[in-house]
Ligand binder design. Structure first.
Ligand code: PA5
Ligand code: NI
Length: 201
C-alpha cells in the first residue's frame, strides 16, 4: 500500500468464512491478556486466561498519514465469546483529538456499540447487517459481539489525526455493560462506573 503518498488506491472486501481486505497494511490481533481489568467478572477472566489466551478481536487497517485531511479506515472483527456474563468486546476508546467523529458500517453479525461522552452521557446502539452508525465527535466507543457463533464485522473510517485514548476507559470501563442473561443481551449499569463529579473527589 502506498504509505505516505496521496495516490488513490483500491482494496476489496472479500466475503468468505472470514471477511478480509484483498490488501491492507496492518493486522492487529487483540487477545484476552490485553484486556486485563476490563471485564467485570475478574475471576471468570482469570479462569479463562489460565486455559487459553483467546483471540477476542482483529483489526485490518489501511495506514495513512495521521494528519488532518487524511482518513484512516479498516475492518474490525470481534469474535463470538463470553467472559463471565460479558460478551467479547473491543477495548474501546476516546479519540485523542476529542472533536473527531467515526462512521461504522456493519458487514456481518450482530451486537452493540456502547458510547459515552466525557461528561457521562451514554448511548447504546444495536448493530446488525447493513447498519450504518455515526459516532459523533467526543463520544468514546466500544463494539460488543452478542452473537454466539458469528463474527461481528464492521468497516470503520475516521479522520487521520484522531488518535486513540484508551486510558480513561481502562480506569473504570463504560457506564453501560452488555451482559448475557438467559442467553439474551441485556444492557445494565456498570457498578465500577462513577460520574465525572464523583471521580474528582
Ligand atoms: O478506530 C476505531 O474506533 C476502530 O478502528 C477500533 O480501533 C477497532 O474497532 C478496535 O477497537 P479498539 O481500538 O478500541 O481496541
Ligand atoms: Ni475510534
Amino acid at each position: 500500500m502506498p504509505e505516505g503518498t496521496t495516490q488513490p488506491f483500491v482494496t476489496h472486501v472479500l466475503k468468505a468464512e472470514k471477511i478480509v481486505f484483498s490488501e491492507y497494511d496492518h493486522h492487529i490481533q487483540r487477545r484476552l491478556s490485553a484486556m486485563k481489568g476490563q471485564y467485570l467478572d475478574q475471576a471468570a477472566y482469570q479462569a479463562l486466561l489460565a486455559r487459553e489466551d483467546a483471540l477476542l478481536y482483529e483489526v485490518y487497517e489501511m495506514r495513512r498519514p495521521e494528519v488532518p485531511g487524511e482518513l484512516l479506515f479498516g475492518l474490525s472483527i470481534v469474535h463470538p465469546g463470553i467472559v463471565g456474563q460479558e460478551y467479547f468486546m473491543t477495548k474501546g476508546h476516546f479519540h485523542t483529538v476529542l472533536e473527531t467523529a467515526e462512521v461504522y458500517y456493519c458487514l456481518r453479525g450482530e451486537g452493540f456499540m456502547v458510547m459515552e461522552t466525557p461528561e457521562g452521557e451514554c448511548k447504546v446502539e444495536a448493530l446488525r447487517l447493513d447498519s450504518v452508525l455515526y459516532v459523533p465527535p467526543r463520544w468514546a466507543h466500544r463494539s460488543v459481539n452478542t452473537s454466539s457463533d458469528t463474527d461481528l464485522v464492521t468497516f470503520f473510517v475516521y479522520p487521520g489525526h484522531s488518535g486513540h485514548d484508551y486510558g480513561s476507559i481502562e480506569q473504570q470501563g463504560f457506564r453501560k455493560l452488555i451482559l448475557a442473561r438467559d442467553g439474551r443481551p441485556e444492557i445494565v449499569d456498570n457498578p465500577r462506573w462513577h460520574s465525572p463529579e464523583k471521580r474528582k473527589k
